[in-house]
Structures are given as C-alpha cells and as structure tokens.
Design a protein. Structure first.
Length: 256
C-alpha cells in the first residue's frame, strides 16, 4: 500500500532531512498524524480513490534517528490493484469496483547523518516494511521489504537542495511476482522564520516487470506554530500510470 505523504520538516521520511540535518537537531520525540487523499486511474478505465489516516513516531538523537509509522487506509477502485506501489496489479483491468479498508503496512526507518564539511551532509538510511496490511483485500503486497538509500543535502542560507537514491529489496508475495527496484529523487527547500516551503520529485521503478514507474512531484508548506507544534499542508501530482493523478493532505506534528 502506498505510504502516506511524509516530509522532512515533520518526520524525516522519504528523502533525507533536507531542511535541517539531524546532526544539527537537539534530541526530541515527535508524534505525527494527519490525513492523505488521492485519486487516479493508474492507466485503468476507472479511477481508484485512496484515503489514509497516518500515525508516526520518531525519536531524534543528535545525528541519529529512528521512526515507526503505520496508517488506516480506505480504497475504492478496481479489485486486484494496490494504488501507488509502482503499478502492482493482478492485471485485471476494468475489474469490479470495490471498497476495502483496514490497517496499512508498518514502516520502520533508521538514519545516520554524516557532516561532509561546509554546509553539506550525507544521510545513510535503512527502511523495513512489515506486511501488516491485508493481502486478501489488496491493501498490501504481503511482502517484507528492505530499502537502503543515501541522501545528500547542501544548505545555502535560507535555501537547501538535496537528492537521494537507493534500492528497495522486495520480499516474496503470494499474489505478485515482485522484483527489486531502484528509486531516487531531489528537492528544493526554502525556510524563513517559522515558514518552510518545499518542492520534491520522487521516482521509483514499478514493482512488477513491465509495470509503470512511480513518478510524482509534491509541493508543501509547513508552519512552526511553536517549538512543539508544526502544521503542514501539501499537494502532489503524478506523471505516470504508477502514480495518482492528484492528491493532497495535511499533517500535525508534536515534539517533546
């Protein structure tokens, strides 16, 4: 199942800690939740609508962080299709439209930041996806997946730029013939006072041979209400049949 949108200002998720490196952060515990909605035809004859209510917990300790996340998800669309996972489908195009919902997969992430000099940082990141989403409902692939990626950030005052690349090692699935895939992306980030604006691009190979790649851009705005509270709104659009046509959401993050 497609992971809910998480951004670096809130939860140090998919693409490095581009705006503020973990090496620069004071230790904290962070809890995040929100809502994410997207819709797209994914190359089919009818749309698939996707709704997620995520929960994430992150602990940051100087230049090291760990994070755990999951979500409640609801999908309405053709049966046999898992939206957003690189075109994972049984190939039954135009199948019966069904509604299904339940717990999503659990995602575990750990990252270590290395200062390269000047205003440049490198993060080594490892991820594990635990298959807690229902395979029979097509909420997940039922596989345990591992991801290894490197992320680099360079800061230029209020503006930061970053890029990441890695490999996801998909486990076995009783429904799908999954393959290992490459992934990557880049972003530009601007932060002034309590407001941050980001523009990200992410790409990932389709998880099945011949399936469309995931390719999408995301714009977000984050506001620091206080030292403990952050609010974020975002929207995204896809450029391939492996991504939603349009989506968006909001997140609330509290630090202790």
């Amino acid at each position: 199942m497609r992971k809910f949108k998480t951004f670096l200002l809130l939860a140090a998720a998919p693409s490095a800690t581009f705006v503020a490196s973990p090496a620069m952060a004071e230790p904290y515990l962070q809890i995040s939740t929100g809502v994410d909605y997207s819709s797209g035809d994914y190359g089919d004859t009818v749309n698939t609508d996707y709704l997620a209510v995520p929960v994430a917990v992150k602990y940051q300790a100087e230049n090291f962080y760990v994070r755990a996340s999951t979500s409640w998800v609801s999908v309405k669309g053709p049966s046999g299709f898992i939206p957003g996972d690189g075109g994972v489908t049984t190939g039954n195009a135009g199948g019966q439209v069904v509604s299904r919902s339940g717990l999503g997969d659990v995602n575990l992430t750990a990252g270590y930041s290395i200062f390269l000099g000047g205003s440049t940082y490198f993060d080594a990141v490892g991820k594990v996806k635990l298959p807690t989403a229902s395979e029979s409902k097509f909420l997940g692939t039922g596989s345990t997946d591992f991801t290894a990626q490197g992320e680099i950030l360079h800061s230029m005052g209020d503006v930061s730029i970053g890029a990441f690349g890695g490999r996801r090692f998909n486990g076995s699935s009783t429904l799908f013939n999954l393959r290992d895939v490459w992934l990557g992306g880049a972003g530009v980030y601007y932060k002034k006072n309590k407001t941050a604006i980001s523009l990200d691009y992410e790409w990932r190979q389709g998880s099945i041979a011949g399936a469309p790649d995931t390719s999408e851009a995301t714009a977000s705005v984050t506001y620091e209400v206080s030292k403990a509270l952050r609010l974020q709104g975002y929207s995204y659009t896809g450029f391939s049949d492996g991504s939603a046509d349009l989506g968006g959401g909001m997140q609330v993050s509290v630090r202790y």
